[in-house]
Design a binder for this molecule. Structure first.
Ligand SMILES: Nc1ncnc2c1ncn2[C@@H]1O[C@H](COP(=O)(O)OP(=O)(O)O)[C@@H](O)[C@H]1O
Ligand SMILES: [Mg+2]
Length: 385
């Protein structure tokens, strides 16, 4: 990497040198994939699900008979798109060259001819359009394609599906889930790695007895990266460019960003931009934090506009250290309405991806927004007595 490149990576999937630890979940995922156990991975967004799965795929590069296919459902809104994206990913994963892939399209897609289009690099990029003929035979055939191909090639395929909760946005979500589950149930050579960030939606899909994907596999909640793993990482990333940073300053970065994967990297990057090329001090970090708050100012104003007054009151109570929101005293002091309102507010704040309630803990989805509220939005008016 160029010496001038930032030692911190934000917004892209990270692996290798830029990837911190996660030894525990990595081991569990490797074991699951080797033995064909379907796995469901859940965490708030930007904690590191996509990066973790990519890293596990790298860890298993030496396992010659295991291949990974990656599908992202983020933009998928129809069954046809679901099938197109999955088929594409499987063909890419199981064919090394474009010639092999084209051949696979001919061999494994039966009954009709799909449209193919190629990206700027035809050796690696292509997309597929399926003009599905009527009839369930074709649908079944396509759903079984990963299994048929993996078997024919004598490999185990790990089909990784990101933002899976979006399946709930298809026209007939439960009907389609039933069909999927019925077909995936019989797959022996394919195992599924399914991940998503909307915890409630994911739990509804996988933990409700009435839902088709009930008990589909091993459910894993991804934790934040531990502080003890962040500290040496931050220190090393700076040291790589000859910049020194005291352990207490590394600690300060983690503390301010609450060990949040994306935001620790973001503040690390902003601090790196501010260093003199020799030292990163607490002042550097604080100045960098102000830079970030400035950059996000307009965005956060808009976010606040989208919140209701009671929701804002709830956040203010939270920042005042309140832990029990339904007591008469809290409801009166922060004007929260009634305990029924409180329940609705927590759901609203979760839907708007401001907070996530993980067991007894309340997590800020965006730790920078928390600081912005404290320091800029309420500032000296934050404390309520
Ligand atoms: N293990 C990790 N080590 C270091 N940084 C990480 C790690 N996992 C995630 N990140 C940081 O968080 C960002 C978001 O990670 P990503 O894998 O896209 O999260 P998710 O898929 O949960 O939304 C990455 O761009 C990177 O900056
Ligand atoms: Mg992701």
């Amino acid at each position: 990497m160029d010496e001038k490149d930032s030692p911190f990576l934000i917004g892209t999937v990270v692996s290798g040198d830029s990837f911190v630890d996660r030894e525990g979940p990595r081991k569990r995922l490797r074991a699951n994939f080797r033995s064909g156990v379907n796995t469901i991975l859940i965490s708030p967004r930007r904690w590191g699900k996509s990066s973790l799965i990519r890293q596990v795929a790298l860890d298993m590069q030496r396992d010659k008979d295991v291949r990974f296919a990656f599908v992202d459902l983020f933009h998928v809104r129809t069954e046809q798109e679901f099938l197109e994206r999955t088929t594409e990913a499987v063909i890419k994963a199981l064919g090394k060259t474009m010639a092999e892939r084209l051949n696979d399209v001919k061999t494994f897609i039966r009954g009709f001819v799909p449209e193919l289009s190629f990206g700027p690099d035809p050796q690696s990029e292509f997309s597929l359009k399926l003009n599905l003929p009527e009839g369930t035979r074709t649908l079944q055939d396509l759903l079984d394609l990963p299994e048929r191909m993996a078997r024919a090639k004598g490999v185990r395929l790990v089909l990784c599906i990101d933002e899976f909760q979006n399946i709930a946005m298809l026209p007939d979500p439960v009907g389609f889930q039933k069909i999927l589950r019925a077909s995936w149930q019989h797959h022996k050579a394919v195992c599924h790695a399914i991940y998503g960030s909307k915890r409630h939606m994911m739990m509804d899909l996988f933990n409700k007895q009435s839902m088709p994907f009930y008990r589909f596999g091993d459910i894993l909640f991804l934790d934040k990266i531990a502080r003890k793993d962040w500290l040496p990482f931050i220190q090393k990333r700076f040291a790589k460019q000859g910049i020194s940073i005291a352990p207490s300053v590394c600690e300060h970065i983690c503390e301010r960003m609450q060990d949040h994967s994306y935001h620790v990297q973001l503040l690390g990057h902003a601090a790196w931009l501010r260093t003199d090329g020799r030292r990163c001090t607490e002042e550097t970090v604080n100045a960098a934090l102000q830079d970030l708050l400035n950059q996000h100012d307009a965005l956060y104003h808009r976010l606040v506009d989208e919140l209701t007054t009671p929701q804002l009151n709830y956040l203010r109570a939270l920042l005042n250290g309140v832990t029990r929101f339904t007591t008469m005293e809290t409801i009166r002091r922060f004007q929260l309405g009634s305990s029924a309102h409180v329940k609705r507010m927590t759901l609203g704040l979760e839907n708007k991806e401001v907070l996530d309630f993980v067991g007894p803990k309340t997590e800020w989805i965006d730790p920078l927004f928390k600081i912005w509220l404290e320091e800029r939005f309420w500032g000296g008016r934050l404390r309520m007595v």
